[in-house]
Design a protein around this ligand. Structure first.
Ligand SMILES: [Zn+2]
Ligand SMILES: [Zn+2]
Length: 363
């Protein structure tokens, strides 16, 4: 048994209750969750914007301690500290062989995984978000989801690397490959957007222009390295961005919200040769439109970005080492530390723009 926060219906509060947790298969690991961030994608699932049939245990940004390993697991042992990756990689599919483990066939099958019967309540199977379900005190996960980390790193901060930091910093470093001197705009300054900003700063971007509708978030953006801020509720953001870049626009415009209007604005903020990087996840079925001539006549492009295009086994330890060297901010991302029972209030705070991240700390 374990205590977990279960989604029984879209747009209804999660129910925190005891559920059954099945035993280990050979390639699996039982983990005791130490901490889990509450990410916007959890809310998107709850709102049905990213479809996953309830009932489901949500949560996909976790750090944990290994309690038990399956018979085929050789590289982990009880007591190991791990960050949980929501893209377990198989190491042998076409994507893994191409050096893109975040696109692994296995993780995409397991993305909205529920068929493995990990959690049950009253004989009903409960889905497990991205194969890790971090809104649970204990979880059964594939060994391939576990990235071992040094045990001296605080787990309430390490968990943030599992989604928001990897996605945001990775979008800057891996997806866009920002060069020193490049100009950057970031649409959306929540938990992921702030990490795009600090990733762009790590890459040596000359200008980092943060755009949001909430002044509090623009203040955070400055603390994470934005050189300029624009409140998109007050001015036309693409116009303002051109005003800050000699009339040219930016080399990279990141959209981190998944909203059609913001994606359009990101596209209109580009200079010739620039790229819009789509990090946010638009509601399923939503199209984005762009002027066709921008590709052939202006060499602009659109780049998709999943999980910061991260090579998780390389990048998660790398990002944690930057944190330990005080070159990457994690403490400042945590607005609130909460108990699992406070999860629904955390979603409300997220919708109101009150928090960069709420982090569930398990006892
Ligand atoms: Zn996430
Ligand atoms: Zn693979």
């Amino acid at each position: 048994m374990t205590k977990a926060a279960v989604m029984y219906n879209y747009n209804e509060p999660l129910k925190v209750e005891s559920v059954e947790l099945r035993g280990l298969r050979p390639e699996e690991v039982l983990v005791k969750m130490a901490a889990s961030g509450v990410c916007h994608s959890d809310l998107s699932l709850l709102q049905g914007k990213i479809p996953m049939p309830p009932p489901a245990v949500l949560g996909h940004e976790g750090a944990a301690i290994v309690e038990e390993v399956g018979s085929a697991v050789t590289d982990l042992k009880p007591g190991d500290h791990v960050v949980l990756s929501w893209a377990a990689d198989c190491g042998k599919c076409a994507y893994c062989l191409k050096g893109k483990p975040y696109l692994c066939t296995m993780s995409h099958q397991g993305f909205m995984e529920g068929t493995e019967g990990t959690f049950r309540k009253d004989g009903i199977e409960i889905f497990r978000m991205t194969g890790i379900a971090t809104f649970s005190e204990r979880s059964v996960v594939r060994a391939a989801s576990c990235i071992k980390i040094p045990s001296d790193i605080p787990l309430d901060r390490a968990c943030l690397i599992g989604c928001g930091v990897m996605t945001g910093v990775g979008a800057a470093i891996n997806t866009a490959r920002i060069r020193p001197g490049d100009t950057v705009a970031v649409f959306g300054c929540g938990g992921v957007g702030l990490n795009v900003i600090q990733g762009a700063a790590l890459c040596g971007a000359e200008k980092i222009i943060a755009v949001d509708l909430v002044d509090r978030k623009l203040q955070w953006a400055k603390e994470f390295g934005a050189t300029d801020v624009i409140n998109g509720a007050q001015v036309d953001a693409p116009d303002a961005i051109r005003g800050l870049t000699d009339g040219l626009g930016v080399d990279y415009a990141f959209e981190v919200i998944g909203v059609q209007a913001a994606i359009t604005q990101a596209i209109w903020s580009l200079r010739r040769g620039g790229a819009a990087v789509i990090v946010g996840v638009p509601q399923v079925g939503q199209d984005i439109t762009a002027p066709g001539a921008m590709f052939g006549l202006e060499e602009k492009s659109l780049l998709g970005c999943l999980y910061g295009s991260g090579n998780l086994r390389r990048d998660i330890p790398y990002l944690l080492s930057l944190y330990m060297q005080k070159r990457l901010k994690l403490d400042e991302l945590i607005s609130r530390r909460i108990k699992l029972e406070e999860i629904n209030a955390a979603f409300e705070a997220m919708e109101k723009g009150e928090v960069a991240r709420s982090v569930i700390v398990y006892s």
